[in-house]
Design a protein around this ligand. Structure first.
Ligand code: C2O
Length: 552
């Protein structure tokens, strides 16, 4: 009878500590939550309050980020290290307390400091309030599919090494499905994810790309997948045989078990758009087994796209549209208050004294937005600085345009502008009035290589108005904007050698980082932040920090 939408309080405890696991013929010490990899799945309903007590029993500084959660008036719970909080030191705890409103679907949580998220992550599933339903037939079961990346090494060492010497980090050793590499890797026969299905039933797969540095193709042999949501925003149903998913993104698909018996591999393999860049070119697979299938049956393997199949990736990314008028649908803002044109790409940093740098020309690799390479503050978090009016932590002069115009996608043209290689290390933000709107043209550059960069913003979803290849051309590309039913996302893969245009409304006071979700690029500075001012009323004002907010 309970059709009244009553919201609940969901409470969880995370014990974060070291754990020894066996993978790929190795014993490896990892940092994990509650002794499991992936960590616990959290299930809430839209409107619920989530309270997570995080005890850091690991030897590392820790923060936890609730990837994609809007955090309306709860920026203190967002979690990125030195942006909204100082880290939870070993032996300490912090309670994240926030309400989840205006979004349904699949999100996830992960550590937001160093590379700890390689093993500190899990699904965050937001179902409709009780009495409300999905905008599609109710699935028989809901199944999180967390795609991950695995190193036979301590990931913090891998990251430190890459940042210090300024070269690309050691490649990962495997991809994983729900923590399991699958039988194509050594010693992994028993570490293969298995999904049992019944003929005639429909399953909602909640796919998350939790890999650190690779976009992935995901397929199930002989089955079509019906996309119904991305990044916890419903889409118009879109039928495909391959899902393309960038780190940070989620894709919800309906899998109709329409075969009689048999077993079918699901597999994920990298979409590595970079030319000439090394990457872990292996394949993880799990198996979908129909009830009644003899155990002797050989599973069918799907045909996977080639690692550089940009047409397939682009088709998937650009064909999705939002579910206009559906639950939590938001219209595209028509009036734009801030227009930004932002280049994103790699660069170099001069080698600091007494350091051995192994990057090009004796320098270190770096990354930037509009030629500003983002440096995290070291003494106090940016949000604390905003709240307490402390100067000297960041400046509000992030440029709305790149310093010079050039042929962004042409490496030769870039080579003629060597100053573009060296972006200053700065902490520059864009200040926004409450409820102002932003349009951002994100333009990839060819400086030191071309890649698809998954750009992620905290605190908001944006509409993806258009995306394409080459240099963004205002005269012709503006005509391609979808202002009617564009997909809403928190992470957009800006096409390799191309651009994407997004819009959002700054309706949430606080400090919100925007960054490339390839962890190696984040470490090199491919980030900026927005400082959104309080609105005019108490209901639009960020409350003071919780008493247990970690101190620096
Ligand atoms: Cu999923 Cu700033 O991160």
């Amino acid at each position: 009878f309970a059709s009244t939408a009553s919201a609940a309080v969901v409470e969880q405890t995370f014990y974060v500590q070291n754990l020894t696991v066996s993978r790929l013929c190795n014993r490896q010490v990892i940092t994990a939550v509650n002794g499991s990899l992936p960590g616990p799945e959290i299930r809430v309903r839209e409107g619920d309050t989530l309270i997570v007590h995080v005890f850091n029993k690991s030897p590392y500084d820790l923060t936890v980020h609730w990837h994609g959660v809007f955090q309306k008036l709860s920026c203190w719970a967002d979690g990125p290290n030195m942006i909204t909080q100082c880290p939870i030191r070993p032996g300490n705890k912090y309670t994240y307390n926030f309400r989840i409103t205006g979004q349904e679907g699949t999100l996830w949580w992960h550590a937001h400091v160093s590379w700890l998220r390689a093993t500190v992550y899990g699904a965050l599933v937001i179902r409709p309030r009780s009495g409300r339903s999905y905008p599609f037939p109710k699935p028989h079961r809901e199944v999180p599919i967390l795609l991950g990346e695995w190193w036979n090494a301590n990931v913090i060492d891998v990251e430190r090494q890459a940042v210090a010497t300024g070269v690309a980090p050691n490649l990962s050793d495997a991809y994983t499905i729900n923590g399991r590499p699958g039988d194509l890797y050594p010693c992994s026969q028993n570490h293969t994810y298995k999904l049992r299905v019944e003929t005639g039933k429909t399953y909602l797969l909640r796919i998350v790309n939790a890999a650190l540095n690779n976009q992935l193709f995901y397929k199930i042999a002989k089955h079509k997948l019906r996309v119904v949501a991305v990044d916890a925003a419903y889409t118009k149903p879109y039928v495909t045989d391959v899902v393309v998913i960038a780190p940070g993104q989620t894709v919800d698909v309906l899998l109709a078990a329409d075969q009689r018996v048999g077993s079918f591999f699901m597999a994920a393999t990298p979409y590595a758009s970079a030319a000439g860049v090394q990457f872990d070119n292996t394949t993880t697979r799990g198996v979908v087994v129909y009830d009644g299938t003899p155990s002797s049956a050989t599973p069918v393997m799907p045909d996977l796209p080639a690692f550089n199949d940009t047409p397939t990736a682009h088709k998937f990314f650009s064909n999705l549209t939002g579910l206009k008028g559906g639950p939590n649908w938001v219209e595209v803002p028509r009036k734009v208050d801030h227009k930004m044109f932002v280049t994103i790409g790699l660069g170099l940093e001069a080698c600091p004294a007494n350091t051995t740098c192994l990057g090009p020309n004796g320098a270190r690799l770096s990354a930037s937005m509009n030629n500003q390479s983002f440096a995290l503050p070291t003494t106090v978090s940016m949000l604390q600085a905003l709240f307490s009016n402390l100067g000297g932590v960041y400046t509000t002069d992030f440029p709305a345009k790149p310093p010079i115009q050039f042929d962004y996608t042409n490496a030769t043209s870039v080579g003629n502008n060597p100053t573009l290689f060296f972006a200053p290390k700065v902490t520059k933000v864009t200040k926004l009035k409450f409820n102002s709107t932003v349009e951002m043209i994100l333009q990839n550059t060819a400086i030191l290589g071309v890649e698809n960069h998954p750009m992620h913003i905290h605190g908001f979803n944006f509409h993806v108005l258009a995306q394409g290849f080459g240099n963004y051309n205002p005269a012709t590309d503006r005509k391609k904007f979808n202002l009617v039913d564009p997909q809403m996302r928190n992470t957009i893969g800006v096409p390799v050698g191309g651009w994407a245009v997004i819009r959002f409304t700054a309706n949430n006071p606080g400090v919100w980082i925007m960054h490339c979700h390839l962890d190696v690029h984040l470490g090199w500075g491919l980030a900026t932040a927005f400082v959104v001012e309080n609105g005019p009323t108490p209901a639009t004002t960020l409350p003071p920090p919780p008493a247990d907010l970690p101190k620096c």
